[in-house]
Ligand binder design. Structure first.
Ligand SMILES: Nc1ncnc2c1ncn2[C@@H]1O[C@H](COP(=O)(O)OP(=O)(O)OP(=O)(O)O)[C@@H](O)[C@H]1O
Ligand SMILES: [Mg+2]
Length: 254
């Protein structure tokens, strides 16, 4: 679905990504993890035409999309939920959803917004309230709902769990898995909550200093204790890591 080959990109004269190759296969969750400043958001920005692509190829459904405007990418079926500033704080929840449905007819947008309220009942409660008064978690749900409003084939999610209480983050993760399982959406997600993301993910990439350090199955990365403890804060010896490492199914590779 999304295929990035030998991407070099950055901002102005600053190169951030080096020779990066990443694939997000259809109807799967591809997780990108890595330390702060590794270039994860820059990867998203490069796909969305915000960061400068120096060289390399970005194909969406086998068609190059480098240089496309955000508006065109939305039309092609790509939704981006950025790391920050992803709702219109002064507008009501309802208006935020309507704005997100701008490419549809009024009727379509209305039906879609109703679907969103079913998926995220919490938004129903606050439908008429301005988005700026929502809690962090509620705001993220609204941001995801706005992304989903566009009926995307591919969703780019940048650190949904940041600043969320663990219980809310867990809920958001479950919704992401549901988007894949029930709506068949392809997801490319960047996550700080590495362990949980790798558990729901299918394919994973570990990025360090603008380069890919690991590419493979998401579950397999959890069984690389050195990479996990060095870059992801998943400590070998912690209860979680031991539970993961001792799973019987992890003997050898499948
Ligand atoms: N708009 C920008 N202009 C110049 N440099 C930038 C810009 N955005 C990011 N950078 C730099 O690019 C590098 C990678 O940043 P990026 O935001 O992609 O990292 P990240 O992996 O998303 O980190 P985090 O986990 O903290 O979100 C950093 O050194 C950062 O300072
Ligand atoms: Mg980032």
């Amino acid at each position: 679905m999304l295929k990035i080959t030998n991407l070099n990109s950055g901002y102005g004269k600053l190169q951030v990504l080096y020779d990066l190759s990443i694939e997000a296969p259809g109807k799967g969750i591809t997780v990108v993890v890595g330390p702060n400043g590794a270039g994860k958001t820059t990867l998203m920005s490069s796909i969305m035409g915000i960061a400068k692509v120096i060289s390399g190829e970005i194909l969406f459904e086998d068609v190059p999309i480098e240089g496309d405007l955000t508006h065109n990418l939305a039309k092609k079926g790509i939704s981006y939920v950025p790391q920050m500033g992803n709702v219109f704080a002064e507008l009501a929840v309802s208006d935020n959803l309507n704005m997100a449905g701008y490419l549809m007819t009024k009727e379509e947008s209305k039906i879609k917004a109703e679907q969103m309220l079913e998926i995220f009942p919490v938004l129903k409660k606050f439908y008429a309230r301005s988005a700026g008064t929502l809690s962090g978690g509620e705001r993220r749900m609204l941001a995801i709902a706005m992304g989903l409003m566009k009926n995307p084939k591919l969703m780019l999610l940048d650190e949904l769990s940041t600043d969320l209480a663990p219980i809310i983050a867990e809920k958001v993760m479950k919704e992401v898995a549901r988007m894949r399982d029930e709506l068949g959406i392809t997801i490319l997600m960047v996550e700080q909550m590495a362990k949980r993301a790798l558990e729901i993910g299918d394919t994973a990439y570990l990025m360090v200093s603008g380069e890919v350090r690991y590419a493979g199955k998401a579950d397999d990365l959890l069984h690389e204790p050195e990479l996990c403890s060095m870059y992801l804060g998943i400590k070998a010896g912690s209860e979680d890591a031991i539970a993961e490492i001792e799973k019987p199914s992890t003997e050898g590779s499948e």
